[in-house]
Ligand binder design. Structure first.
Ligand code: NDP
Ligand code: GDP
Length: 326
């Protein structure tokens, strides 16, 4: 049987390399969309050992012509759209760029697939941030109304509905993964989990004296990126396209993350090392994100494997190894 072909946008970010690893192991031919760089950074694909297995193509999610040519050339069976301005904090400073990439970029991609490979299946990386502070009994599932609380979430609301709309209007196989926070040793440095794992490792190694954070009383449902890319793949293997919350169903505060990270390094009392700076607080905050993975469990047979503690330990251990030059 001919190899299946997949195109992954956002290949050099966190999820792209994990997804590439999964698809290469399944025998896929994997194309990765990268932007034009003076100095491309393959450290994340190197970390997962997938750089040489990926066929890189140059384009930009905000440049419809580039998407059209690439999709015409590859005619992929599956497209995974992971490209985004994915950092909530920056979306207040750069709302226009965030909109161009996260909203219009998805529209361009949908158009390109529709005209050049209408049979291709599309996974769109949506977010638990769509819910904002809305929940039913503290839990967010597919029936909870969206109420975005950041420019980032608003841009993702547009792409969520545009994805649904192409599915309904043109019968295309388009699916949204409503992804809750997911982490790994290659998580972007500015996200709070990675900031903590790197910061704690630096303090332990005597490379830093303190860790400066914003509001540490918020709570998140943190999973492992390696588990979440499996859900993305399962969504595209199902006979019907649909939208799914992908989450662990467990919530922890940033204080608990700090506790677990510092304890891993033998530091029980981290209070003296952590300082607050309002510049890391946000104009509007989502206090708690807690998703229900029940639908994904029932329909896709997916469930997360790594526990909260295992994720924190993995990230801290990896940062210690990296900073010690191991
Ligand atoms: P990252 O920020 O690590 O990666 C995003 C990728 O998008 C980067 O490789 C970046 O490329 C690429 N990108 C940005 N702008 C463009 C553009 N104009 N054209 C082409 N590529 C572009 O995100 P994650 O891997 O963590 O997340 C993957 C997806 O899942 C994102 O859409 C994110 O919003 C969504 N998501 C993630 C969650 C999480 O907890 N990780 C939770 C909910 C949703 P470059 O390397 O050139 O900068
Ligand atoms: P998000 O859920 O996608 O916004 O993921 P982040 O990791 O960026 O933020 C998670 C939570 O940590 C949010 O409630 C932030 O306000 C909070 N937080 C507290 N201090 C920091 C910080 O220094 N950096 C970041 N990124 N978030 C912080």
């Amino acid at each position: 049987m001919a190899k299946k072909t997949a195109l992954i946008t956002g290949i050099l970010g966190q999820d792209g390399p994990y997804l590439a690893r999964l698809l290469l192991d399944k025998g896929y031919r994997v194309y990765g969309l990268i932007r034009r760089y003076s100095n491309p950074n393959f450290s994340n694909t190197d970390y997962l050992g997938v750089t040489s297995g990926i066929e890189f193509v140059t384009g930009d999610i905000t440049d419809e012509k580039s998407l059209m040519s690439i999709i015409k050339l590859i005619t992929p069976d599956e497209v995974y759209n992971l490209a985004a301005q994915s950092f909530v904090g920056v979306s207040w400073e750069q709302p226009k760029t965030t909109t161009e990439v996260n909203s219009l970029g998805v529209l361009y991609l949908l158009h390109a697939i529709r005209s050049a490979a209408p049979g291709a299946r599309l996974f769109q990386a949506s977010t638990g941030d769509l819910f904002g502070n809305n929940s039913v009994g503290g839990i967010q599932n597919e029936t909870v109304p969206f109420k975005p609380r950041s420019p980032y979430a608003v841009t993702k609301l547009y792409s969520y509905w545009m994805t649904v709309n192409f599915r309904e209007s043109y019968g295309m196989f388009c699916a949204n993964g409503i992804l809750f926070n997911h982490e790994s040793p290659i998580r972007g440095q500015e996200f709070v989990t990675r900031k903590i794992s790197t910061g704690a490792a630096k303090i332990k190694l005597g490379l830093a004296a303190e860790l400066i954070l914003g509001n540490i009383d918020t709570r998140r449902d943190w999973g492992f990126a390696g588990d979440y890319v499996e859900a993305m793949w399962l969504m595209l293997q199902h006979e019907r396209p649909d939208d799914y919350v992908i989450a662990t169903g467990e919530v922890h505060s940033i204080r608990e993350f700090l506790d677990t990270a510092f304890k891993r390094l033998g530091i029980d009392d981290w209070g003296g090392y952590v300082r607050y700076d309002s510049k890391f607080s946000r104009p509007t905050e989502v206090y708690t994100l807690l998703g229900s993975p029940e639908k994904a469990k029932k329909v896709l047979g997916w469930s997360p494997k790594l526990t909260f503690e295992a994720i924190v330990h993995m990230m801290v251990d990896a940062d210690i190894a990296r900073l010690s030059g191991c």
